[in-house]
Design a protein around this ligand. Structure first.
Ligand code: PMP
Length: 489
């Protein structure tokens, strides 16, 4: 009896504490909202334009840029209280402002935040968690924590050069993006081929190979993997001919995002990896956009190709918005680097960001988000395939991707595959303005809607997206596209 009453007292106290916490969270949100109340979006836009370089673009700049003040799950809320369904922010991996991440960060930042020259349990626990997701021999490898995907790729180049000091030759694929530092830019045809570089953007140590695009490229059949690997194999052989130093590294995104969701065909990576390793180089998987369960039940995109890289880089989603990125490499690669100068990174893997990373792992497990990404991705793909079969869906040329990493390519004609660029722009704008759905456009022809939402995005959200798409595909029939301007995203 006594035990029962003390148990109910305890439960009542617990309920009271939970109510107090919820009330405090509500007050905090209200305070933030009040602080923003009355802010004039036009003034903010003018200030932004005054104080920032025009190269720092804003989404929907040509129509109505967004002032987002809060978020939760796959929803973003603007200053007027309008709620938008977010299909594009892959940084908020487990959902915007996730309470578990917020609590972990708040607790750690109120306790200690300093660099990794001191021992700290967070960074070690996070390294262990990360390595446990990797196949052998990476699972017995080494982790470097950094602050961004660009830094991760920059460091990957250094690791590769330490591993094969005889060559700096780095193979990348067309339309790839690996980051914004000068080194990462040099790995990114998406950037270095910009007209402003007048054809001189590619560094001498980089060789560009064709993107393994099975929809638009020359090889579309069952042998596409082998055929796209041929130029990589040839570059490796040429690098070794006549006593050359071979290859330093081969970089590729496990699913090419800004290229318009190009998925390497079966056998492609295995053939490339074989040639690169035979030429003394290392194979680097850029998982900045594709890792941590975005592809669904597999943790990493490269697993789909049944290969194991020597170096894996990741960023974006690792800290759910906190600056946390990482490089994982084999012990052999790490050993070659260990003889060089000290590696110190002031902020990389600090206790606060590591706390965020641990909370991300916990939330993925607690909310079963990898299985959810698989289930929602399958549902969405099937719903889009059905839409493509409807009269309104003739513009849908291709739907591709894995889990919650999906590209919807719009074409004017399925035979010629002429890109439906203006139509894609129209759809993207209308999804935002009419349906309050945020999407992004990518691909060299700006005709691919890329869907990469927080992993809590579920079936109801997928249904809403497909319904809105159907509605706008029907609306397109009566639109004068010459009056539609391109939507920068
Ligand atoms: N690699 C890929 C595949 C990316 O998409 C990005 C960013 N979009 C980066 C690297 C660079 O990451 P960050 O912006 O964090 O430097």
């Amino acid at each position: 009896m006594a035990a029962q009453s003390s148990q109910s007292l305890f439960l009542a106290a617990l309920a009271g504490a939970a109510a107090a916490l919820a009330a405090r969270a509500l007050v905090r949100r209200l305070r933030v909202a009040l602080r923003l109340h009355g802010l004039d979006k036009a003034q903010l836009l003018a200030e932004r334009r005054r104080h920032f370089c025009a190269a720092q673009s804003i989404s929907y700049a040509n129509t109505d840029p967004l002032l987002i003040v809060s978020g939760h799950g796959a929803t973003l809320v603007d200053e007027a209280g309008r709620r938008f369904l977010d299909t594009r922010n892959n940084v908020a991996h487990v959902g915007h402002a996730h309470p578990a991440v917020a609590a972990a960060v708040a607790e750690q930042v109120a306790t200690l935040n300093t660099n990794t020259r001191y021992l700290h349990p967070n960074v070690c626990a996070l390294a262990k968690k990360l390595l446990a997701t990797m196949p052998a021999p990476l699972s017995d490898g080494v982790v470097f924590f950094v602050n961004s995907g660009s830094e991760a790729n920059d460091l990957a180049v250094r690791l590769a050069r330490a591993f094969n000091p005889r060559s700096e030759l780095t193979l990348v694929v067309d339309h790839a993006y690996h980051g914004h530092t000068i080194t990462a830019l040099g790995l990114s045809p998406y950037k270095f081929e910009h007209r402003s570089f007048k054809g001189k953007g590619k560094p001498s140590w980089v060789t560009k190979c064709p993107a393994p695009d099975t929809y638009r490229g020359p090889h579309r059949g069952a042998d596409a993997g082998a055929r796209y690997a041929e130029p990589v194999v040839a570059a490796c052989e040429a690098a070794c001919a006549g006593g050359g130093g071979g290859v330093c590294a081969f970089f590729i995104e496990s699913g090419m995002s800004v290229a318009g969701v190009i998925m390497p065909p079966d056998g492609y990576l295995a053939a490339c990896y074989h040639a690169v390793r035979a030429a003394g180089g290392v194979c680097i998987a850029d998982e900045v956009q594709t890792g941590m369960g975005r592809f669904g039940t597999s943790w990493w995109g490269f697993e789909q190709q049944r290969v194991v890289p020597d170096i894996v880089t990741m960023g974006k989603c690792c800290g759910n918005g906190m600056p946390l990125a990482a490089v994982v490499c084999t012990r052999a690669v790490s050993d070659a680097f260990a003889t060089g100068p000290e590696y110190f990174n002031t902020f990389g893997g600090n206790p606060v960001c590591a706390a965020a990373g641990l909370a991300v792992f916990e939330t993925i497990a607690n909310e079963n988000l990898r299985a959810r990404a698989t289930a929602t991705g399958t549902f969405l793909r099937e719903a889009l395939a059905a839409l493509a079969g409807e009269p309104a869906g003739v513009l849908l040329g291709d739907v591709r991707g894995c889990g919650l990493f999906m590209g919807i390519e719009f074409v004017r004609d399925r035979e010629s595959r002429q890109p439906a660029t203006a139509e894609t722009s129209f759809i993207c704008s209308r999804l935002k303005d009419v349906h309050r759905i945020l999407t992004s456009i990518d691909g060299p022809h700006d005709n691919v809607l890329v869907v990469k939402p927080p992993l809590c995005f579920g079936e109801p959200e997928a249904r809403r997206l497909v319904g809105a798409l159907r509605c706008e595909l029907i609306a397109l029939a009566s639109v004068d596209l010459t009056k539609v301007s391109h939507t920068p995203t």
